[in-house]
Design a protein around this ligand. Structure first.
Ligand code: UDP
Length: 328
């Protein structure tokens, strides 16, 4: 049985990856310090014989007994509200944490895939973004703690590839959505759905003309799987190129939830990227990947997850406390 370590296992993406590799017949070791991850996301796996959970912070030395075939490094806060709350941990997990994961991969002779992000392109001056674009990042802005840590992570990963011959893979993940996103993590989709379910107005930042391209989680997981199994060591974009303005996206959520809420406009957060759309031709060429789930279908599946959350969850006191990064 092949053995895989997944860091950030209790998070939105990590938990879906655990499910995928369990269903592929792997022995999965899930690791998480549960700062932003939720135990509920993986509780259904605890009874399985081919799943083990380590409550551990990857910025500390990682000890995993036995052999490892693969490592997926998905531990990191990934939402704007989290960078504000825990900026130092955000920096550490993709620098020190990645260093530990790469060291472990070298020691175990394992192939490692690290989760990078479209944020390394910053507020992009090239559209759509392909892997050759170097980005436009403000290192000292509120998103800098995430963006620069992820840029450093890519550099470190390439160095381990070049100097230590570690088998490395780098995925640049664009906006992804689906069941198990945290309702109160400040991201547009859970924010809008949460507001609609609580009967609050939907908060669109700026005039809502900024764009994003949203990928359903199952498509992303398939892309990760194919990239891991490929022999390509350089960064690959995975995302859904179907682009939409945030204002239109909010309108779609109102329609989806059949709610009577209004849209209210709030100040645009500092350094909020104006547009974002992945160029996915490399992934198509390398391993014939493209998204299969359209927004209508994906949003329906996502909504049915949120609508079944307990009202306690829905009304958690810190919900909707995020007003964006406004630097005065
Ligand atoms: N956004 C918004 N209202 C909210 C939360 C987010 O208008 O309540 C906007 C946010 O300013 C950004 C877009 O939605 O322009 C996507 O935000 P998200 O945090 O989901 O992703 P990211 O900005 O990291 O791509």
């Amino acid at each position: 049985m092949k053995r895989i370590l997944i860091t950030g296992a209790a998070g939105f993406l990590g938990s879906h990856l655990c499910d995928r590799f369990i269903s592929e017949g792997y022995f999965v070791i899930g690791m998480d310090n549960l700062i932003t991850g939720r135990k509920e996301n993986i509780e259904h796996l605890f009874k399985l014989e081919n799943f083990e959970f380590y409550h551990h912070d990857v910025t500390k030395f990682i000890h995993v007994p036995g052999n490892l075939d693969y490592i997926l490094h998905f531990a990191s806060p990934a939402s704007p509200i989290d960078y504000l709350k825990i900026p130092i941990q955000t920096l550490k997990v993709s620098s020190l944490g990645t260093h530990n994961c790469l060291g472990l991969a070298k020691a175990k002779n394992a192939r490692i895939l690290v989760a990078s992000t479209s944020e390394i392109y910053g507020d992009p001056l090239v559209h759509p973004q392909n892997e050759e674009y170097w980005g436009n990042v403000n290192p000292i802005g509120p998103r800098g703690v995430y963006d620069e840590a992820k840029r450093f992570q890519e550099a470190l990963t390439m160095a381990y590839h070049t100097y230590h011959n570690v088998e490395t893979r780098i995925i640049r993940i664009f906006n992804t959505y689906g069941p198990r996103m945290r309702l109160n993590d400040g991201r547009a989709l859970p924010a809008f759905i949460g507001q609609a379910l609580r009967g609050e107005d939907l908060t669109v930042f700026g005039d809502g003309s900024q764009t994003r391209s949203f990928c359903f989680v199952d498509d992303l997981v398939e892309g990760i799987y194919r990239l891991l199994m490929s022999d390509y060591a350089y960064p690959v974009n995975i995302g859904n190129p179907e682009e939409i303005s945030i204002l239109d996206f909010a309108k779609e959520i109102i329609e989806l939830t059949n709610s009577k809420q209004k849209i209210v406009f709030k100040e645009l957060p500092t350094d909020d990227p104006k547009q974002r759309q992945p160029d996915i031709s490399l992934a198509k060429r390398l391993f014939d990947w493209e998204p299969k789930v359209g927004r209508k279908e994906g949003l329906k599946k996502t909504y049915s997850y949120f609508v079944n959350l307990s009202s306690e969850e829905l009304y958690k006191s810190d919900h909707n406390s995020f007003d964006g990064f406004i630097l005065k």
